[in-house]
Write a protein that binds this ligand. Structure first.
Ligand code: PPS
Length: 306
């Protein structure tokens, strides 16, 4: 490819970016930059009217964020499109957001933001800063089946250099099952938050249920937030948070964040069961054995195909 063409598409610039590294906090892998400012994150001061959207990566976080924002704005699309999603709802533990050449830390953004704030986090339950529990903040957790999460995460790590190179799919399969990815083990994450909902106001959503009946799930979120919207507004939110609309919306599709969408778009497929196109038969067998062992001690269950 000619050099000017490469520069025009930003490919060369992307190729030169260094890969991010991961390190550990309390035995959980997190982005190294996050580990470096862990004390500040742990001491974050929540406010009682903060809303937290928590998830394991690739579970449908952005989808949930957009649903919440539209509910908060009574379905007013213009109000929700004033900025891209990470600017509207700070990502608590994320240290560098490169948007329009500026650096943002989720922590600084959150501290500068007027209340009521909606914050995103991928932290496992035991690493959520204690002031969120002390202030009894409402939390929405969204979970997605492990097989599709793994596939989505693999493609995300290929196109997002703030995380380590995932290596080959075979390599990544092992890394993911061992929980050696940023934000740790999927098992511990979904099970930990599931347990916590018995003692704290947590709305636990499933990506698969959002796919199957988005209006029902959006209504659940609305009720949890104490809002009362008309059927017409709910239908408008269903439409505007559909995969196709969000994929074409620059405020939700992450095209204004430095990621390489030519390798794999952030809004990739948005379906249940894509793992079938990625897992080999042997991997599926291996995964199922591992899954059975690790999920034996929970009442949680996931839909992995329609
Ligand atoms: S991140 O980076 O962790 O915040 O990613 P996250 O937003 O949690 O997950 C990205 C995956 O969610 C899919 N997605 C959607 N699916 C269905 N409908 C809507 N509206 C929607 N919005 C995002 C997105 O396509 C990623 O999944 P995959 O399987 O990779 O397509």
């Amino acid at each position: 490819m000619a050099k000017d063409k490469v520069e025009e598409t930003g490919e060369l610039e992307w190729a030169l970016l260094p890969r991010g590294e991961i390190s550990q906090v309390e035995g959980i892998f997190l982005e190294k930059n996050t580990c470096n400012i862990w004390d500040k994150i742990w001491n974050f001061q929540a406010k009682p009217d903060d809303l937290v959207i928590a998830s394991y990566p690739k579970a449908g976080t952005t989808w949930t964020q957009e649903i919440v924002d539209l509910i908060q704005n009574n379905g007013d699309i213009e109000k929700s499109r004033w900025a891209s999603i990470p600017l509207r709802q700070p990502f608590l533990e994320w240290t560098i957001w490169e948007i329009s050449q500026n650096n943002f830390s989720g922590l600084n953004q959150a501290n500068a933001m007027p209340s009521p704030r909606t914050l995103k986090t991928h932290l496992p339950v035991q690493l959520l800063p204690p002031s969120f529990w002390e202030k009894n903040c409402k939390i929405i957790y969204v979970a997605r089946n492990a097989k599709d999460t793994m596939v989505s995460y693999y493609h995300f790590q290929r196109m997002n250099k703030t995380l380590p190179d995932p290596g080959s799919w075979d390599e990544y399969f092992k890394t993911f099952l061992a929980g050696k990815v940023a934000w740790g083990s999927w098992y511990d994450h979904v099970k930990g938050w599931w347990r916590k909902k018995d003692s704290h106001p947590i709305l636990y959503l499933f990506y698969e249920e959002m796919i199957t009946d988005p209006k029902r799930e959006i209504r659940k979120v609305m009720e949890f937030l104490g809002k009362d919207l008309t059927e017409e507004v709910l239908d408008k939110i269903v439409y505007n948070t559909s995969f196709d609309v969000m994929k074409n919306n620059p405020m939700t599709n992450y095209t204004n964040v430095r990621m390489n969408h030519n390798i794999s778009p952030f809004m990739r497929k948005g379906v249940i069961g894509d793992w079938k196109n990625q897992f080999t038969e042997t991997q599926n067998k291996q995964f199922n054995e591992d899954y059975e062992k690790n999920m034996a001690d929970t009442s949680l269950s996931f839909c992995m195909e329609l």
